[in-house]
Design a protein around this ligand. Sequence first.
Ligand SMILES: C[S@@+](CC[C@H](N)C(=O)[O-])C[C@H]1O[C@@H](n2cnc3c(N)ncnc32)[C@H](O)[C@@H]1O
Length: 395
Amino acid sequence: MRAPLAAMHSAKTREFGGRLLAMLTGNVLTQLIAIGHRTGLFDAAASGSATVAELAARAGLDERYVREWAGAMVAGGILDYEPGASRYRLPPEHAPLLAGAGASNVGPAANMLGTLAAVLPSVARCFTEGGGVPHAEYAAVAGAALGDSWRQIYDEQLISGFLPLVAGLLDRLEAGVRVLDLGCGTGHAINLMAERFPRSRFVGLDLAPAAIALAEAERAELGLTNASFTVADATELTAEPGYDVVLAFDAIHDQREPATVLRRIRQALAVDGVFVMVDADFSSHLENNLDNPYAALSYGISLLYCVPTARAQGGPALGALWGRELATELLAGAGFPDVTFHASPRPQNYLAVCRPTRPRRDSPAGPCGAAGDRSTLADEAVARAEAPDTPAEDQ
Ligand SMILES: C[S@@+](CC[C@H](N)C(=O)[O-])C[C@H]1O[C@@H](n2cnc3c(N)ncnc32)[C@H](O)[C@@H]1O
């Protein structure tokens, strides 16, 4: 006779088994949250308690599928259930996190995680064969979903939350300046700013043609004449025509050659220009990130998106958790000795205000890795990223 599981394993193993069960459950619930977001089920549930039939009718969906979804939502503690009346309810305290167009709605993030799962076989292949997964492969499965989580954040927090952190920036945008958003993705930040600040001129640059097509379509729909978009490799950014403000939202660590891109930005900035870099708020050292509740999620997203897309371009792939220490070193090496890190409206991101030394427009940016351009930490990070047999724990 086989011993019961409880008797076979130590308390520690059983406790870990419980945590693993919670992880597997969380994975499935994340996928169902994505479905609830895509189909409008959470918005339907937010408008009041309902039977399954009423929920399905409100959202215009097949009742049988909604019943199974609602069962999982109740068992997962997301919806409340009233057994006598067979009614389901989205608690008002849960609603801002799952319904509506606010920045706190996790639906777009759950949806984005679902699309990342579609490229798992390609990422797994990279473990054995090296190389990367091109952005186009993600775009083919994700479409606009890749930019959706930032879209809602920009709507709520760009103009009232992020931009005011940079002293004097709102006044300069009102007066009229030249702005570049580097790695603009689907371009929503540019379009919002161009609408709000008609005297300024905005350019969005990204390597991904599919993202730029979506950005341009939104610009045309809004009838904006002070915004434009271009498909380009940021590594080849030129010093002319020059910008007063360069923004990069969550984009520098994804670059093929981050150190080169930072130098190019410095050279493209006007003398009194400012570079505003929003990036993931972590340390460059794993051991300092262990108490950060976003660390495991961010390492995972970095592995499933940031590293493969950068490697596909032939880059070192710094990863999303390149951290403040390495960012400070690379910025200093690029001619930004004066960097102030601010807490951003999102705990996952810092906003770094980077002021240049006097720009040397006569000295073109050399290739990433040119002698004397990188500091010790940067050298180590690039070497680690390039070493095929580096254990994950070291990253
Ligand atoms: C995480 S996304 C940034 C999201 C974007 N800022 C937004 O608001 O949605 C990183 C972006 O950097 C772009 N990118 C990566 N390497 C690039 C390169 N070498 N030149 C230009 N853009 C690049 C990617 O195509 C992607 O859109």
